[in-house]
Design a protein around this ligand. Structure first.
Ligand SMILES: Cc1cc2nc3c(=O)[nH]c(=O)nc-3n(C[C@H](O)[C@H](O)[C@H](O)COP(=O)(O)OP(=O)(O)OC[C@H]3O[C@@H](n4cnc5c(N)ncnc54)[C@H](O)[C@@H]3O)c2cc1C
Length: 380
């Protein structure tokens, strides 16, 4: 019997396995995908400073390695109907306040760190059943292999088999509004790295558009309007991309997807025995704006390893559910602002855009509101 079985080798499962090894626990990591199979798309780009520190806490130098592979943009701008209403540039940083890079790069670095730390990983064999007992948990995979451990951390994503096996459901809502996300590779001369939010972009039919640079490319998020055919917009980026991302001429599209804002949390982040914990997207689904998904998932991972080590899983379930609830509320505030469904909200945004040249606070509000409040009190 091992100390802990981690299910799922996404960023959260890899972090949980690494954190468990850092505490000296025998750890087995089980993943459905074959080793070396890379998932497409930039996905979670933005890694907070606190997450970089957390990664270095479980594997010395890992946060620095992630930061070295990423990019820090030094300017953020917001435009309203094509006119700039806010801009801020930062000087040099002693240490990066965040980094922006494809999720796959973070996963590669985590996987290498897991190998060095002695995590036993088994790839290409999905977990089929999870049976918790009073003093252990038995996990069986599709191939019939059995793994016996004192604890299981389910980090197997949104359609978690572990969550289903222990009879826990995701509760919450999914907004009807759709977003189209397009990844674009850098041209031969990388454009200045600026994060730009456009309210009512004239070249995107008046839709809101977010441009986020990352190491190696750009991510473009277009907020569809009610009645839009998101798949049609996603299917023909060549029609609108050159006007939306003019800083990258002859843009080469590397990934296109459509997503919705989910605000869902597992009914409990631990099963009734306290031997099976849920972490990351197995435990909560959060929208991309605000970068809460992967960042909060990595905190779950580190906290899950601590809880298993200390035998204090009830406290894990309570604290991480509290954090998820606050993240869901913050995401709801961001979504409310982005959708601006009421005339009062629309008037407030329009007024802020009109007075921003004279009153910078209004521009600052327009710049920050799409991401929801910053939760200084929450460790994501
Ligand atoms: C279009 C899109 C855009 C996104 N943009 C952002 C963003 O901008 N910012 C942000 O923070 N997040 C973003 N995300 C979300 C981000 O990708 C997730 O937060 C992150 O991947 C969650 O990590 P995880 O490890 O919990 O789950 P996952 O990454 O889903 O990993 C789960 C792993 O479990 C494995 N697995 C599943 N079932 C089994 C099984 N039965 N047995 C064994 N293994 C199994 C899967 O193969 C997978 O490797 C985006 C996601 C998408 C799809």
């Amino acid at each position: 019997m091992t100390d802990v079985t981690v299910v799922g080798a996404g960023p959260v499962g890899l972090s949980a396995a690494l954190a468990a090894r850092a505490r000296g626990m025998e750890t087995v990591l089980l993943e459905a995908r074959p080793r070396g199979e890379t998932r497409p798309g930039s996905r979670a780009l933005f890694v907070h400073r606190a997450t970089l520190d957390r990664l270095s806490g479980i594997s010395p130098g890992l946060g620095e390695a992630v930061a070295a592979r990423g990019l820090v943009w030094s300017t953020r701008r917001t435009l309203w109907g094509g006119k700039q209403v806010y801009a801020r540039s930062y000087g040099a940083f002693a240490s990066p306040p965040f980094t922006s890079l494809p999720q796959t790069v973070v996963e590669d670095l985590l996987r290498e760190a897991c190998d060095r730390a002695g995590v036993v990983s088994v790839w290409g064999d999905p977990v089929a059943s999870v049976v918790p007992r009073r003093d252990r948990v038995l996990v069986r995979t599709g191939s019939g292999a059995a793994y016996d451990a004192a604890y299981v951390v389910g980090a197997d994503g949104a359609r978690s088999r572990v969550r289903e096996q222990v009879g826990v459901a995701l509760e919450g809502t999914t907004a009807a509004a759709e977003f189209v996300v397009v990844d674009v590779a850098d041209g031969p001369e990388p454009a200045p790295a600026e994060r730009v939010f456009h309210y009512r972009h004239p070249a995107a039919g008046g839709r809101n558009v977010l441009l986020v640079p990352f190491r190696g490319g750009w991510r473009v998020d277009v907020q569809c309007r009610p009645g839009d055919d998101a798949r049609r917009i996603a299917g023909e980026p060549a029609r609108w991309l050159p006007d939306v991302l003019p800083q990258v001429p002859d843009a080469r599209v590397t990934w296109v997807s459509v997503y919705r804002f989910h605000q869902r949390i597992a009914g409990s982040l631990a099963d009734a025995t306290g031997r099976v914990l849920l972490a990351g997207e197995a435990a909560h689904l959060l929208p991309p704006f605000g970068a809460r998904g992967m960042n909060s998932g990595i905190t779950d991972a580190v906290e899950a390893a601590r809880a298993v080590h200390e035998g204090d899983t009830g406290e894990y379930a309570r604290r991480r559910r509290d954090a998820a609830e606050r993240n869901v509320r913050a995401a709801g505030i961001a979504l409310d602002h982005l959708l601006a469904r009421s005339p009062v909200q629309r008037a407030a945004q329009w007024t802020a855009a009109a007075v921003a040249p004279l009153w910078p606070r209004a521009g600052r509000w327009l710049d920050s509101a799409p991401y929801g409040p910053r939760l200084r009190s929450v460790r994501y």
